[in-house]
Design a protein around this ligand. Structure first.
Ligand SMILES: Nc1ncnc2c1ncn2[C@@H]1O[C@H](COP(=O)(O)OP(=O)(O)OP(=O)(O)O)[C@@H](O)[C@H]1O
Ligand SMILES: [Mg+2]
Length: 249
């Protein structure tokens, strides 16, 4: 579908390809994320998930294809301009100001947020379930807690679309369950949520729609039930990689 035929999606990737030297990291990707839904992106290690997030957030220029946020073609926009259009993301390898406190990390984002709103650092940290002292230096936090601080910072811009790259890695079972509930809640507020996650139980439980990526190509799209029962997905992913991944944590 061309960008001129709008689908009403919050995010629309069309024909995205990215090559790193001889490696085809992404090949002709089409993907849509809708407001009010949690969309999942799964696939084995090296499938191209983080590369896709980098293309979405403007950190990686695609060799081909286009990115639209709402009805705006943002393919040539940098990350800051995309953030002003309501796009927030978190990082697989955590990107926080380590020498600042949790509160300060969120305050930095609050100061740059577009629009008004009555969001506060305390309110956001509470919302994501950060239980440690808000004045504690972020570099001293356990990974799980730091991930939640990063999510609070992402929410500080009151995003229309939030992209989370493996938000549950480092979280224990009860933190993971709470995060799942929070992501559903963010969607029910009308936001688009896109999540990359290896925790299949979580993905199958909270997503409305799931894309399966393998060697840079989308091999399946569907509801959790469709994905669970797809023989191609089972052989490429669910049957092999998922159990090892969960055993890793
Ligand atoms: N900056 C880069 N330069 C060269 N190759 C890269 C670069 N970034 C990623 N790649 C390669 O592109 C492919 C996709 O990597 P990517 O990190 O997007 O996968 P992923 O699905 O996020 O994997 P994981 O589940 O391990 O996080 C891999 O083969 C990776 O080695
Ligand atoms: Mg990755």
């Amino acid at each position: 579908m061309s960008l001129r035929e709008q689908t009403g999606a919050r995010l629309n990737l069309e024909g995205i390809s990215v090559n790193f030297g001889g490696v085809a990291a992404l090949t002709n990707i089409h993907l849509e994320v809708f407001d009010g839904q949690v969309t999942g992106l799964i696939g084995p290690n090296g499938a191209g998930k983080t590369t896709m997030f980098n293309v979405i957030s403007g950190l990686q220029k695609p060799d081909r294809g286009s990115v639209a946020l709402g009805d705006k073609n943002v393919t040539r926009f940098g990350p800051a301009r995309r953030a002003r259009l309501g796009l927030a993301r978190t990082f697989q390898r955590l990107e926080l100001f380590g020498s600042l406190s949790s509160r300060e990390n969120v305050e930095v984002a609050l100061e740059t947020k577009h629009g008004g709103g009555d969001l506060t650092a305390e309110g956001l940290l509470h919302r994501v379930g950060v239980t440690s002292d808000a004045d504690r230096q972020v570099s001293t936090l356990p990974t799980g807690e730091a991930r939640l601080v990063e999510l609070a910072r992402a929410l500080a811009i009151n995003p229309k679309l939030i992209c989370l790259d493996e938000p549950c890695s480092g979280l224990d079972d009860s933190e993971t369950r709470l995060l799942g509930e929070l992501l559903r809640e963010l969607a029910s507020e009308g936001r688009g949520v896109l999540i990359v996650e290896h925790d299949m139980d979580l993905v199958l439980r909270i997503c409305d729609r799931i894309y399966v990526l393998d060697f840079g190509e989308i091999i399946a799209v569907g509801t959790p039930d469709e994905i669970r029962n797809d023989p191609v997905v089972q052989s490429a992913y669910l049957g092999t990689v998922a159990p090892e991944e969960s055993a890793d944590r």
